[in-house]
Ligand binder design. Structure first.
Ligand code: AMP
Ligand code: ZN
Length: 152
């Protein structure tokens, strides 16, 4: 297991949590993933689901493990709604890359309990209000289809 990555020379904190070498309030673990409480929750009940094996970002994450992260996220979302913690809705959030807001370079899925008026939200850029022409959507779709073919 590689505990280092390009962004930090110190050992990876999330690998240390998987190994039991750093403190964490654990929610769930199996052979592929571990879930624990975020140390700085957006709302009470904010959970992170991570792969047990170090993967800095989505490009390094095996598809099977990514699927398990989502499945466990679903189960945690249901558990949050039963937990007595305030949870009227749930957001999944995953930051892949620095520009997307990733700060810890060991992939993690945020499972965020939400409630009306909690004050959390996304900030939309100035271009958001202008709906693009269909041709622009078609062009983007074609580019992504091409990208999918190149990856096969
Ligand atoms: P991101 O910006 O998506 O990379 O989010 C990193 C998240 O990891 C933040 O929400 C942090 O509060 C959380 N975090 C960082 N260190 C720890 C830790 N030792 N235990 C639990 N959560 C952590
Ligand atoms: Zn790691």
């Amino acid at each position: 297991m590689d505990e280092h990555n390009d962004h930090q020379s110190t050992p990876c904190i999330f690998c240390a949590i998987v190994q039991g070498a750093a403190p964490a309030s654990r929610v769930y673990e199996d052979e592929l993933v571990t879930a624990f409480m975020d140390i700085q929750p957006v709302n009470p009940g904010h959970v992170l689901v991570i792969p047990n094996n170090h993967a800095a970002d989505l490009s390094e994450l095996p598809g099977e493990t990514g699927g398990r992260m989502f499945q466990v996220g679903q189960r945690i979302a249901a558990a949050l709604r039963r937990s007595g913690l305030r949870c009227e809705g749930v957001n999944f959030f995953l930051a892949d890359g620095e520009a997307a807001g990733q700060e810890v370079f060991h992939v993690h899925l945020h499972v965020l309990p939400r409630y009306t008026g909690d004050g959390f939200g996304f900030v939309f850029g100035p271009h958001y209000r202008n709906r693009p022409e269909r041709s622009a959507l078609d062009d983007a779709a074609a580019r992504i289809r091409q990208g999918l073919e190149e990856a096969v």
